[in-house]
Design a protein around this ligand. Structure first.
Ligand code: PBG
Length: 337
């Protein structure tokens, strides 16, 4: 019986045998279509004005909030791992209704940017332009009668961007999902003679439950309601493409899809439809799930991380923002990739 099967299989004259290129690591390397590199990655950090030493973020194992005094160490580490860029989030000393600390020249993010540019000038510094970490109500814009005012918020976002660029930011990344935010920021920067600074627009940012751990990290959970009146509705793909097209028209230099994993179809379509550099944000909940399962011994964390980030690149992202950036860069270094 066994020998019969062997006999018949011997007779096959298959012209195409895809397995031929899977026989060894060297052959698989030659046939590899997508190569993940530390050079594709951006590492997000949280700088907290109220602390003197690092504080772990419970739902994001391995990620800490940093005091200003530890920012230079982090910048050196990121740079030594050949990660080209860092994305800076801030937790201010005080929050208020209009997020004043977001555009203070001595604000926490502004100070952190200065330190990074001084310590590791070769690193590109990207700053998050939003109000939610700085407002006492936790929304991304000005609140009037319980709703988020679009056009009044635009003014403030412009101020935030200018103050961050004056501190040294190379790229500003508006994430508030206000209509016209890219145009408002572009105008404001240009009026301030800052026309060389690029904008990375969070163009298709969905109202996602995957942001949970970030809101713990940044203490930016809205005090009332949610963000569904400004962030996108997850079922909508055509609308996402329209948002991206609008941001390109408004002057975005890089567009983004966020989160990444449940939105790979949108990343892929955006890559096929637009020529603007495309970023994808592998968000906090996506990180937390892998860490939790890995820490429980339920999955192989390193292998899953590689697979996941490679899938985001294969879908079409040029730039991947991920809390795994340092882990992955170390892994790639260790295997000489
Ligand atoms: C700020 C902002 C958020 C994230 C990035 N910028 C939170 C939100 O919109 O609620 C989420 C990032 C993450 O989950 O890793 N608006």
């Amino acid at each position: 019986m066994i020998s019969e099967i062997y006999e018949t299989s011997k007779k096959f004259k298959l012209t195409q045998r895809p397995r031929r290129l899977r026989r060894s690591q060297a052959l698989r390397t030659l046939a590899k279509e997508t190569r993940l590199s530390s050079l594709d990655l951006v590492y997000p950090i949280f700088v907290d004005a109220r602390i003197k030493s690092q504080e772990p973020i419970q739902s994001m194992p391995g990620i800490n909030r940093l005091p200003l005094s530890e920012v230079h160490k982090e910048a050196l580490e990121v740079s030594s791992l050949k990660i080209p860029a860092i994305l800076v989030f801030g937790l201010p000393e005080r929050k208020d209704a209009t997020g004043t600390e977001a555009y203070a020249s001595s604000g926490i993010v502004q100070q952190a940017i200065q330190i990074i540019k001084k310590t590791a000038p070769q690193l590109a510094v990207i700053s998050d332009v939003c109000l939610c970490e700085y407002t006492d109500h936790g929304h991304c814009g000005i609140v009037k009668n319980g709703s988020i005012e679009n056009d009044e918020t635009l003014n403030l976002l412009g101020k935030v961007a200018v103050s961050q660029v004056r501190a040294g930011a190379d790229i500003v990344a508006p994430s508030a999902m206000m209509d016209g935010q890219v145009k408002a920021i572009r105008n404001r920067l240009d009026e301030s003679n800052l026309n060389e600074t690029a904008i990375m627009a969070y163009s298709a940012k969905f109202a996602s439950a995957f942001y949970g751990p970030f809101r713990e990290a940044a203490e930016s959970t809205p005090r009332f309601g949610d963000r569904r009146a400004y962030q996108m509705d997850p079922p909508n793909k055509r609308e996402a493409l329209r948002e991206i097209a609008l941001d390109i028209q408004e002057g975005a230099d890089i567009v983004m899809v966020k989160p990444a994993l449940s939105y790979l179809d949108i990343i892929n379509q955006a890559r096929n439809q637009f020529n603007t550099p495309l970023a994808a944000y592998n968000v906090s909940g996506e990180y937390a799930m892998i860490k939790a399962a890995g820490n429980n011994g339920w999955i192989d964390e390193k292998a899953v991380t590689m697979e996941v980030l490679t899938s985001i690149k294969r879908a079409g992202a040029d730039i991947i923002i991920t809390y795994f950036a340092k882990d992955v860069a170390r892994q790639l270094q260790a295997t000489n990739q």
